[in-house]
Design a protein around this ligand. Structure first.
Ligand code: ADP
Ligand code: MG
Length: 236
């Protein structure tokens, strides 16, 4: 479980996070949903250790991770614009985290084959990133993030740059992937449909705060305030 306790973060005079607390249940796919500028990425970056909070703390599986550097948090990241190594094949990109950990070659090869199968890129191992579609590249990014068996997967609008049709496909695919690998996943999105259709739990953010946390059903049936109702409500 990831627990965020009373996190605040300011950039100069601007409050990006205002006393935010949230518990992300173990093994869940939880969405951080909110309009642009509401603080989603800042919260994700703090959980991942890429940014430090002004106050509050982050617990990952019960341990205070607030001062643990990102590379030791056992976290996989995928961002909207994935920076692949362009000169490396798909296989070597996915293997990267294992190679730098100096795992035995045979073991790496087996693990990479398994990952490429899981993300549906089994036939693409020898290609280069620029020979993949945008959707395939994001799946490669997920394989790479999963390679080191992270305890937590942090996804910041991973499909945000893709067109609507591919986005809808990858959304369903991510849900199936999660059902297969069960890694605790926090997905940042501003897309209500994406969150409502695949998340187990949703934290709705607005204005540096979490307005409500619940299952899609709970949020839809019992929005706790007009913002949540307006943000999730059916578009008429
Ligand atoms: P979201 O991901 O929900 O769109 P962000 O967490 O990226 O929101 O940003 C929340 C607010 O904090 C925005 O108004 C943004 O401009 C501001 N912000 C984020 N990072 C920085 C930074 N490094 N310096 C100054 N302002 C920032
Ligand atoms: Mg963002």
């Amino acid at each position: 479980m990831i627990a965020v306790e009373g996190i605040s973060k300011r950039f100069g005079d601007y409050t990006a996070l205002d006393d935010v607390s949230i518990e992300v249940p173990d093994g869940s796919l939880t969405a951080l949903l909110g309009p642009s500028g509401s603080g989603k990425s800042t919260l994700l970056r703090i959980i991942g250790g890429l940014e430090s909070p002004d106050s509050g703390r982050v617990l990952i599986h019960g341990e205070d991770a607030t001062s643990v550097p990102p590379q030791r948090r056992e976290i996989g990241f995928v961002f909207q614009h994935y920076a692949a190594f362009k000169h490396m094949t798909v296989r070597d990109n996915v293997a990267f985290g294992l190679t730098i950990r100096k795992q035995p070659k045979v073991q790496i090869a087996e693990r990479v084959d398994e990952l490429l199968r899981i993300v549906g890129l089994a036939g693409y191992a020898k290609r280069y990133p620029n020979q993949l579609s945008g959707g395939q590249r994001q799946r490669m990014a997920l394989a790479r993030a999963l390679a080191v068996e992270p305890r937590v997967l942090l996804l910041d609008e991973p499909f945000g740059a893709l067109d609507a049709k591919v986005r809808a496909e990858l959304r369903e695919w991510l849900r199936r992937l999660h059902d297969e690998v069960h890694v605790t996943t926090l997905l940042v999105t501003h897309d209500q449909e994406e969150a409502m259709s695949i998340a187990d739990h949703i934290a709705v953010m607005d204005n540096a705060r979490i307005e409500q946390f619940g299952s899609p059903r709970e949020l839809y049936d019992e929005p706790s305030n007009p913002f949540v109702m307006g943000f999730l409500g059916p578009v008429s």
